[in-house]
Ligand binder design. Structure first.
Ligand SMILES: [Zn+2]
Length: 339
């Protein structure tokens, strides 16, 4: 796993590769056509040599400047005719007329990544691709996004002990989650943090994925780990003495724009994890980096399993979403077997 932030030089390298591949393809086409249609080869050679001789005449500075310029004009006119002739020959032989013209995977920026001073849209796509690869989320995001979040599983009937029905509650949560996403791009600090808790099967991970996807699509760095993965990734290099790996991981865990820790409380909890979790939450808070934590445990249980100071940090600086209702997985199974 690579924990580095996206490097622009990696993306620029991809463009260079694309250009090389396309140049290779064009060279191959030229060879193919020169073999099949030698007349085109002759036309190309004539064009090249006439350009060369006028270019030399211009560079040498000898002779009548006006005459050289006139000469250049006529060479250009001749070459335009040759180009037209080439296109005609290609089409007659069943090829597209632009078969020997430069090939661009992105014609907008001609595979340079920018149009004038602006980044091309293909650059953004490449960047987001890289971000996905790094986020740990490549596979699961296709299906899970705000548009596919179904409210059908949340009852409109009141539950004892709650001020809102599960339905009204999740509607409120979704709207806050969307606000969080919208605000994320607007400022680089004060983006806020989220703590989502609720029992298994109420859509916590789904909601987490929705948020992750939106933030990634906006071109931000997201790093997604289950609590288990997080502490194992920290613990194993630690035990193996791989300090360099560990330093890289820490750098990413502390600095990425959005860190997601899923399923907090399912990992083995000991003084090592408690200390590390506090460090992560605290350092990210100080640096104004956003963190999203989801857990099956409510704040009370977390207080018992973790420490008071972790819980107070969360209460102080996180927006807390409590999802409640009936287990969605049971409902899905129930609905699919009883029709
Ligand atoms: Zn482009």
């Amino acid at each position: 796993m690579i924990f580095e932030p996206v490097r622009i030089s990696d993306i620029m390298h991809q463009y260079e590769q694309t250009r090389q591949e396309n140049e290779g393809l064009l060279a191959w086409r030229r060879e193919e056509i020169y073999n099949k249609l030698p007349a085109i080869k002759e036309l190309d050679e004539a064009s090249n040599s006439s350009y060369l001789s006028t270019a030399l005449a211009m560079l040498s500075g000898n002779g009548d400047k006006a005459a050289v310029a006139e000469d250049y004009k006529s060479v250009r006119a001749q070459n335009r005719q040759r180009t037209a002739k080439k296109k005609q020959l290609l089409v007659e032989a069943g090829y597209p007329e632009n078969y020997l013209e430069p090939i661009y995977t992105c014609p907008l920026c001609e595979d340079t990544g920018s149009i004038g001073q602006e980044r091309c849209s293909c650059f953004r796509d490449k960047l987001i691709n890289q971000l996905y690869l790094q986020s740990n989320l490549t596979n699961i995001l296709e299906k899970e996004n705000f548009n596919t979040f179904s409210l059908d599983y949340y009852s409109k009937e009141m539950l004892a002990g709650y001020d809102f029905s599960p339905y009204d509650n999740i509607v409120n949560i979704l709207s806050s989650a969307k606000n969080f996403v919208d605000n994320f791009s607007k400022s680089s600090s004060h983006r806020g943090n989220i703590f989502i808790y609720g029992e298994v099967g109420l859509g916590k991970t789904f909601l987490t994925n929705c948020i992750a996807k939106e933030i990634l699509e906006k071109g931000h760095q997201v790093f997604y780990l289950s609590a288990n993965e997080l502490f194992q990734n920290i613990l194993s290099p630690y035990l193996m003495g791989q300090e360099k790996d560990l330093a890289e991981l820490y750098k990413y865990v502390y600095n990425c724009e959005l860190l997601i820790i899923d399923d907090l409380g399912t990992e083995l909890i000991n003084s090592f994890t408690v200390t590390n979790l506090f460090e992560i939450i605290n350092k990210r808070n100080i640096q104004g980096r956003s963190t999203l934590i989801s857990s099956n445990l409510g704040l009370k249980d977390l207080r018992i399993k973790y420490s008071e100071r972790i819980i107070s940090r969360i209460i102080e600086s996180y927006t807390v979403f409590n999802i409640y209702g009936e287990n969605i997985r049971y409902q899905k199974r129930f609905n699919s077997t009883n029709y």
